[in-house]
Design a protein around this ligand. Structure first.
Ligand SMILES: N[C@@H](CCC[C@H](N)C(=O)O)C(=O)O
Length: 279
């Protein structure tokens, strides 16, 4: 086994938030390195490292840092709530602070560490305009013309939320994959299946665009809580039980806050040969 880091190796971190797992590359102070090919190669759980999303940290302008996200198939994602919480945890630890600001494709966001150690991120206001989700035609976002009566909510990325009697009973590999590329979603969509399990409590399972089944999805939890509230199923503070853990959502006037656990799994490096092989 090789224990010495080769010259020009690229360091990365593996973290997860409620089982949603990430490779994080910290490119502050240097040129960003991620390309779609590198992301797809690294995202391969057999030939690469494996992840649901890759997050690359860059120097921020008017914020502590900037963030870019890639799915494991190499596609870009406009938002990733759980990776945002993991990166915020890493940066807050490095800076010795309990709050940070950062920018994504959505604009300027904020995160903080709560006294109980959980990390919260403000994901911004939900997007409830069909053009911005985006959808391919004007429809009622709360009742899409699709079998199963789902709702559409944007959180910087598109979500299609189905409320079902029993989320456990959903055939996620089939139903999730079938919805991801529905023509109503011109940029494809993340797909959530949720059922009410108690007052302001939902069980949610997710099929992510560009990644397939994941153990959790932060932006998906936000979108589901917003849709549940707008349909009169819950209040604005909702607890969601996902396959990999529990997330708390609080839809406030300043945005949708999402809170949950983060974990640092290991530090590693990519060999120059692996990077070169991706062109
Ligand atoms: N896991 C994420 C969402 C990742 C992005 C998504 N697959 C997309 O393509 O929009 C989260 O925690 O929000």
């Amino acid at each position: 086994m090789r224990h010495t880091r080769p010259e020009n190796a690229l360091p990365f971190m593996k973290m997860h938030g409620a089982g949603n797992d990430f490779v994080i590359i910290d490119s502050r102070g240097r040129q960003a390195v991620t390309t779609p090919m590198l992301a797809a190669a690294l995202g391969d759980r057999h030939r690469g490292v494996g992840f649901d999303q890759l997050a690359e940290i860059r120097d921020g302008e008017d914020a502590d840092f900037a963030l870019d996200f890639w799915n494991s198939d190499g596609s870009r994602a406009g938002a990733c709530g759980n990776a945002s919480r993991c990166v915020a945890d890493h940066v807050m630890t490095g800076l010795g602070r309990d709050s940070v600001t950062f920018t994504t494709e959505r604009g300027r966001l904020a995160a903080l560490r709560r006294p109980d150690g959980l990390v919260s991120v403000n994901m911004g206001a939900p997007i409830l305009d069909w053009r911005a989700v985006p959808l391919s035609q004007e429809v009622d976002l709360l009742h899409l013309p699709i079998v199963g009566d789902p709702a559409a909510v944007g959180m910087g990325n598109p979500h299609c939320v189905f409320f079902v009697p029993d989320a456990e009973a959903v055939d996620l590999p089939n139903d999730g994959a079938a919805m991801e590329h529905h023509p109503l979603f011109p940029k494809a969509t993340n797909v959530e299946f949720a059922s009410l399990t108690g007052p302001d409590r939902l069980r949610m399972r997710v099929w992510e665009r560009g990644a397939g089944i994941t153990l959790a999805c932060g932006s998906g939890a936000c979108a589901t809580a917003v849709a549940a509230n707008l349909r009169g199923l819950t209040g604005r503070q909702v607890t969601l039980d996902l396959d990999g853990g529990t997330l708390e959502i609080d839809w406030r006037d300043d945005g949708v806050w999402m809170t949950g656990p983060t974990a640092h799994v290991f530090d590693g490096w990519l060999t120059p040969a692996f990077i070169a092989a991706q062109g």
